[in-house]
Design a protein around this ligand. Structure first.
Ligand code: A2P
Length: 313
């Protein structure tokens, strides 16, 4: 339940990134001590080295065993061609210094031109996309599972059509176990959640607290989630914060949450959601907050043929 680092950065590690990664190293250890076992990572977060180191340190201390941890890794857009999938996962495992990931997911359904640049652009500053064949990429993920490099495989930011494309693939060996998408009281995903329930696909909700509101990638025209009066009023009743109510809401409707925090107090706070439950009426009140507006729209890639957010769900 720990979102290891929320967003993308480019190029070589800056001094800022190094400090950030040190903070992350200690945040992962604090989270494990607080009881977190699910760690949501990605190559493209540039911190898998520190995450792996923190996990291994906790194992060496005897606090946890490897099998207690659930690490999710992600295949980046520039690595979709099937022949790149296994080497990419092997690179992640080498950085983590782990033998397997618990879950490996296709981070986004949009392929970019393979190569060293993670965000390839032409001389006019336009993103260079790549032919996307999600079924072929999926088959390469299936092979990673068969090789024992990933215990389970799934997807992220897939819409219904893209999920169906995988599930209807001739010769499908494993269906996606999960789809990681934005999900919180202002974007409750009722239709996708129902569809995924029917097909036994777990929804993992990212930005469950409404993001950091970093204007470089967040649609800040949608109001701040944690200031919501209903969440705060319900929180008062249980002596909980709006953040804890937002997390409890998702957990109680079967959505996995991956709140991101680097702050020790908030890391612990976000775990204290298992000692109370919301009434049916409160669940309904929170569901009614849905605005159907995303914080994470990824509009810079809206002209990609597989941009997932044009469909209703
Ligand atoms: P910080 O790391 O300083 O705690 P999301 O998980 O929706 O992406 O939200 C992450 C943002 O919410 C981060 O800016 C994080 O900041 C902040 N945050 C995390 N936990 C809490 C909390 N319990 N109360 C308020 N803000 C929080």
């Amino acid at each position: 339940m720990l979102h290891a680092l929320g967003h993308h950065s480019l190029g070589l590690l800056s001094h800022y990134q190094k400090c950030r990664n040190h903070k992350l190293f200690s945040a992962v250890k604090i989270a494990i001590d607080a009881g977190y076992r699910h760690i949501d990572g990605a190559f493209v977060y540039f911190n898998e080295h520190e995450v792996g180191q923190a996990i291994r340190e906790k194992i060496a201390e005897g606090k946890i065993k490897r099998e207690d941890i659930f690490y999710c890794g992600k295949l980046w857009n520039t690595c979709h061609p099937p022949e790149l999938v296994r080497p990419t996962l092997e690179k992640t495992l080498k950085i983590l210094q782990l033998d397997y990931v618990d879950l490996y997911i296709i981070e986004l359904p949009m392929a970019f031109k393979p190569g060293d640049a993670l965000y390839p652009k032409d001389e006019n500053g336009k993103f260079i996309y790549h032919e996307t064949d999600l079924c072929a990429t999926w088959e390469a993920l299936e092979a990673c599972k068969d090789a024992g490099l990933a215990k389970s495989i799934g997807v992220s930011n897939f819409n219904r059509r893209q999920l169906e494309m995988i599930m209807n693939k001739p010769g499908l060996k494993y269906k996606p176990v999960s789809n990681q998408v934005e999900c919180h009281p202002y974007f409750t995903q009722p239709k996708l959640l129902e569809f995924c329930r029917q097909h036994d696909i777990v929804i993992v909700g990212y930005s469950p607290l409404g993001t950091s509101r970093d204007e470089s990638w967040v649609n800040v025209s949608s109001p701040p989630l944690l200031k919501d009066p209903v969440l705060n009023a319900i929180g008062k009743k249980y002596n909980k914060t709006a953040a804890q109510i937002a997390l409890r809401f998702n957990v109680q409707r079967g959505v996995v949450v991956i709140p991101k925090s680097f702050n020790p107090q908030r890391i612990r706070e976000n775990f204290q959601i298992f000692d109370f439950s919301l009434t049916e009426q409160e669940m309904k009140e929170i569901e009614a907050l849905n605005k159907n507006v995303r914080y994470v729209e990824l509009l810079m890639w809206r002209d990609h043929p597989e941009y997932p957010f044009n469909d209703e769900y």
